[in-house]
Write a protein that binds this ligand. Structure first.
Ligand code: ADP
Length: 575
């Protein structure tokens, strides 16, 4: 990941340093002005020369103040711009990575946690770039240049004026470590809170159905209370350290006043020099008092940065090879060759498929049936490379799917999954999600085949009807038909129905299947279903159990074999 705003960044730092340097000159000019004014008060001196000197110093003071103001404005503007750009780039980088990470990652990552990282952690880093880095440079340059200037003016007073620095440094390092730990805990708690809230909202019907509001409130309350306790502890650390730092600073200031006052009385330094030291301390006062905030924002930014980079450093397992070419489909021959698959759960691997082989080409239908957990959906997920087979290979027209580009593969393969997702958008936009430029005729052909066109026609706003979270509620069957239309619109060469007609009544299902059959001369259809009636016409039916194909053949031969398929058919026919 790279950031693209070096010019603004460098500009901001230069403007900041310039502002600090002019800031340092102000106490010096002020001191000189006091000395000039003092000289004017003395009788017998060369009045005209003293007046001119006072005027010159006054003008210098004015000039330094104006320039300090101009550079401060400039670094504020550029700093804000860089902070916003970095926030934007980080947010985009995280979003891009989340889009590219494969199913293996998303199976284990929690969306609430990723949302917190994409929002709060990005903000943590952005704020530090915006204000923290600025304060840090400001203070370092001020103390750096100030040290040279003050020590040159008077080494003893210089040492006293800066005697607070080691104490402040020690406390800052200490506070940073404990604050970092506390931020880590807080970010984790906040991730958890987002997760609890997200689950509660998604499962709102289950919560109500089981009257579990009190239990949910308690869960939320406990998480909030924990976050609150961590925040209080963090504020405690910040306040304690901030107070100590400010106290050390005022002790230094007091020492300068006492020792410097004595020196002035004894005539060792002028009133102007003492004024310079005190004015310098006044300039330092604000940034030192803000040190607590600075350390806090640094601790937050490093914690947030770690959390962001742990996502950004993830590499998807499903990747294209360097020489991947676009899939070229002719007869759409899909071939599973001794495919085995294991899900990775932490360090252990759970075998799910073993030695699955079958072949189908354009115009053919493969039916897959078997008990729940047999591995049917997993077979479907391997075709568009949601996961990669652990052994064996899958080929389309002789091309290993690991050797072609993901985009061309996923354009050729549509899997209609069991869990349906609709975007908060119009019906038309939801259906044309894969091809936003599809014309109305193409959309209607797809919705007709999915037996949805008539229903949409009956809605007052037709295809513009809003669906998703804020739109009309569709029934389970209507939602399934919508995703079938969404997949059909893409005119894939291989179409997989993963139990996707389960919520549709048998008659509508038959209508959908026969209208798909009209188009199916163009594609390979793989129908996973627990309803045997959907599979009767399949060219080959695979009965899967425990990840293996235990019976295979067409309906008639399977019936004749009198095995498990025949028994299931018997059961469903009489049920
Ligand atoms: P079916 O579609 O036949 O019901 P699946 O292919 O969904 O079966 O699941 C096969 C097995 O793999 C099941 O034991 C299931 O628990 C397991 N499984 C499914 N998805 C995952 C996953 N993402 N991570 C780990 N195990 C999984």
């Amino acid at each position: 990941m790279t950031f693209h705003y070096p010019a603004q960044m460098i500009g901001a730092v230069i403007a900041l340093i310039a502002a600090v340097i002019f800031q340092i000159y102000i106490p010096q000019f002020l001191g000189t002005a006091v000395d000039n004014a003092y000289a004017l008060l003395q009788t017998g001196g060369p009045q005209e020369a003293a007046r001119r000197a006072l005027l010159t110093t006054g003008l210098l003071l004015f000039g330094a103040s104006v320039l300090r103001g101009v550079f401060t404005m400039l670094h504020n503007y550029l700093g804000e711009a860089v902070g916003q750009h970095i926030g934007y780039e980080l947010r985009m980088a995280i979003y891009d990575k989340i889009q590219r990470l494969d199913f293996r990652y998303h199976d284990h990552a929690h969306s609430g946690d990723l949302i917190t990282r994409g929002m709060l952690d990005v903000e943590g880093v952005r704020l530090f770039v915006n204000t923290g880095i600025k304060r840090l440079i400001f203070l370092s340059v001020l103390i750096g240049f100030g040290t040279v200037r003050l020590l040159m003016a008077n080494w003893l007073l210089g040492l006293l004026a800066l005697s607070f620095v080691p104490i402040v440094g020690w406390r800052a390092i200490n506070a940073r470590l404990s604050l970092r730990e506390s931020w880590q805990q807080l970010q984790e708690r906040l991730s958890f809170l987002t997760r609890v809230m997200e689950e509660n909202l998604q499962g709102i019907r289950v919560v109500r159905a089981f009257s579990a509001q009190t239990h949910e409130m308690e869960k939320f309350n406990q998480a909030t209370a924990e976050a609150q306790a961590i925040t209080s502890e963090r504020i405690g650390i910040r306040v304690r350290n901030g107070t100590l730092m400010t106290f050390a600073f005022y002790v230094s200031m007091g020492l300068v006043l006492i020792v410097g006052g004595g020196m002035t009385i004894r005539g060792e330094i002028t009133v102007g020099r003492l004024t310079e030291f005190l004015a310098f301390m006044t300039v330092l006062q604000m940034p030192v008092r803000q040190l607590g905030l600075l350390v806090n924002s640094f601790a937050r930014a490093t914690t947030s940065g770690d959390r962001l980079f742990s996502v950004l450093d993830e590499e998807p397992d499903i990747r294209e090879t360097a020489h991947a070419a676009a899939l070229s489909v002719t007869d759409a021959v899909l071939e599973f060759d001794s495919v085995s698959f294991e899900y990775q759960m932490g360090d252990s691997a759970i075998p799910v498929l073993s030695d699955v082989s079958f072949r189908a080409k354009r115009g053919q239908t493969v039916g897959i049936i078997g008990p729940p957990g047999a591995g049917k959906s997993t077979i479907a997920h391997l075709i568009p490379r949601f996961y990669d087979a652990t052994a064996g290979s899958i080929q389309i027209d002789g091309q290993d799917i690991r050797e072609v580009t993901l985009k061309s593969l996923r354009n050729a393969v549509s899997v209609i999954q069991q869990d349906i997702f609709l975007f908060t958008a119009g019906l038309e936009n939801n259906i044309a999600y894969g091809d936003p430029w599809a014309d109305r005729d193409k959309i209607i052909t797809a919705t007709n085949a999915a037996q949805l066109h008539n229903y949409i026609g009956s809605l007052p706003r037709g295809y513009s009807t809003l669906v998703g979270e804020r739109g009309v509620s569709l029934s389970g069957g209507q939602r399934q038909r919508l995703v079938i239309a969404r997949a059909l619109l893409m005119q894939p060469s291989i179409m997989v129905f993963d139990d996707s007609t389960a919520a549709i009544d048998a008659a509508t299902e038959q209508r959908i299947l026969s209208s798909i059959e009209e188009h199916s001369s163009d594609m390979v259809s793989i129908i996973i279903s627990h309803r045997l009636s959907s599979l009767l016409h399949a060219d080959e039916i695979l009965f899967v159990d425990g990840g293996r194909i235990v019976e295979r053949g067409d309906h008639d031969s399977l019936l004749a074999a009198g095995g498990r398929y025949a028994a299931l058919y018997e059961l469903q026919a009489n049920g």
